[in-house]
Write a protein that binds this ligand. Structure first.
Ligand code: GLU
Length: 486
């Protein structure tokens, strides 16, 4: 018995020894698992992002945003499902990579030295420049030394903190700043607006998109040169095949124009709207819109239309003035011509309800007549252009687009050709001749911009933020009732 026990003990010791000897190899094996194979096996790609208008957010049609759109395409290319995760600050985002609870961090992230030392990253897919933002009316800072003594806010865990630390140790020891524990730079601009900070550091792409909501804020100066935006991957995993796949994917999107299209879609509409317009718009959203919002919603609903779009069109047409008139004879909230009004059965153009209905119906008619192949949202933007210059000219611009090798079903491609309808060498070969194409483009881009701002204003209201109140689970008719009364 004694010998048997001793032998068993020996065997156990051997087994333990073998386990100890093998442990590093086993762990290594787990750690170095090929992430591409793992994603495919699981059938799911997990992307962590920040909840913000420039990255990933919910609008009334569901999830959207630049990073979301890219992630959807990547999951498609991998032929797996996409799971988006969000975090409430940048530390949590990288912590998720550390814990290997996401495959990719896609969140408008800048390529930095500290980050690259730890996390593998993709090739760049966008460029951005960090900028110092100030409130007009205050002294405009001209360079770095002007940041000293001011309350400067940045997102905590951001590339900007890394940059400020480097500047403090190399150039300006007195530099100070406050780190805000949020994921969305809108929070920084809010602090500026409420006079709780005097300067903010925000990336150029974020600021252009958000500026309309904060029309008194402006870029003081660029903080350094243009930087790369990249995706980061978890450390300590065999990411080589996944990275190769991602980099190929980005290159393909670059080559076939998808990246440019997505950039245009998510950031492009902010170009061209002047600061004055933006300022006035923000003011009118507060002062005028509430008067007409209910009516606009009701009429939009009658025509199964997004009310933000109808509101944006009405703003572009008349600045929400139901009595507006122009020397060219167009009138009312939607600035209808006499002929169009007659066609639409509008007998009093200065009647706000009739005018809004007329505009909504007119757009709907145009949309119905556009070829099916044009998909949303391009369909809406093209319909708006036709609303302005007529379907015939839009068709001319689409044909011209095709002749020049562009895609006649994509708004961005058509938008580039519309102004050519004003040049003889182009319009002489079209069916309908000269048209004020540039004006149509401005009109559409303005409407898109107003539309986005109005839709974004609602974001906080539609984000599914925890914790939810009990009422949120109940049908509306039961809201406000005591739970036990059920
Ligand atoms: N690009 C920044 C980063 O990588 C985040 C956005 C911002 O702070 O403006 O940390």
């Amino acid at each position: 018995m004694g010998r048997l026990l001793a032998a068993r003990m020996r065997a156990m010791r051997y087994r333990a020894l073998i386990m100890v000897a093998l442990l590093p190899a086993l762990l290594w094996g787990c750690e170095r698992q090929d992430s591409l194979a793992e994603i495919r096996e699981r059938g799911e790609l997990v992307v962590v992002s920040r909840n913000s208008p420039t990255t990933y957010y919910q609008d009334k049609n569901g999830p959207t945003g630049f990073e979301y759109a890219l992630s959807v395409l990547l999951a498609d290319a991998l032929q797996v499902e996409l799971r988006m995760e969000t975090v409430y600050n940048l530390h949590d985002l990288f912590a998720k990579l550390d814990r290997h609870s996401a495959n990719i961090a896609a969140a408008g992230l800048t390529l930095t030295e500290e980050r690259t030392a730890r996390y593998p990253h993709s090739i760049p897919y966008y460029k951005l420049t960090p900028q110092v933002i100030y409130v007009t009316g205050d002294d405009r800072p001209r360079d770095l030394s002007d940041l000293v003594g001011k309350k400067v806010v940045v997102l905590s865990g951001s590339s900007h903190v890394e940059m400020l630390k480097a500047l403090r140790s190399s150039e300006i020891p007195e530099l100070q700043w406050e780190e805000i524990d949020e994921a969305d730079t809108t929070q920084l601009l809010e602090l500026l607006r409420d006079d709780r900070a005097s300067l903010a550091i925000v990336d150029s792409n974020e600021f252009t998109v958000q500026q309309t909501l904060y029309p008194r804020q402006q870029v003081a100066f660029d903080l350094g040169r243009e930087q790369d935006m990249v995706w980061y991957l978890p450390p300590g995993t065999d990411n080589s095949r996944l990275l190769a796949f991602i980099n190929d994917f980005i290159l393909r999107l670059q080559k076939d124009g998808t990246l440019t299209r997505l950039r245009e879609k998510y950031f492009g509409h902010t170009e061209g709207v002047s600061r004055m317009n933006a300022f006035e718009f923000a003011r009118n959203v507060e002062s005028l819109l509430p008067k007409y919002e209910g009516l606009i919603k009701k009429i939009a609903n009658e025509y199964q239309m997004d009310w933000h779009l109808l509101a944006a069109m009405a703003y572009q047409e008349s600045h929400w003035d139901p009595k507006a008139t122009s020397p060219t004879g167009v009138r009312g909230m939607m600035m209808l011509t006499r002929a169009t009004a007659r066609e639409l059965g509008v007998d009093n153009r200065l009647d706000v309800v009739q005018s809004l209905r007329g505009g909504a119906r007119y757009l709907k008619n145009i949309k119905r007549r556009l070829p099916k192949i044009i998909r949303e949202p391009d369909r809406t933007w093209m319909a708006l252009a036709a609303y302005n210059i007529g379907l015939g000219h839009l068709e001319d611009a689409r044909r011209l687009t095709q002749r020049q090798g562009g895609n006649p079903n994509i708004w961005q491609d058509v938008m580039e050709r519309l102004p050519l309808l004003q040049k003889t060498q182009y319009y002489k070969n079209t069916r309908h001749g000269y048209a004020r194409g540039r004006e149509a483009v401005t009109l559409v881009q303005n409407i898109r911009h107003y539309y986005s701002v109005l839709a974004w204003k609602e974001i906080p209201e539609i984000q599914p933020l925890p914790p939810m109140r009990a009422d949120d689970y109940l049908p509306e008719s039961l809201h406000g009732l005591e739970l036990q009364a059920l």
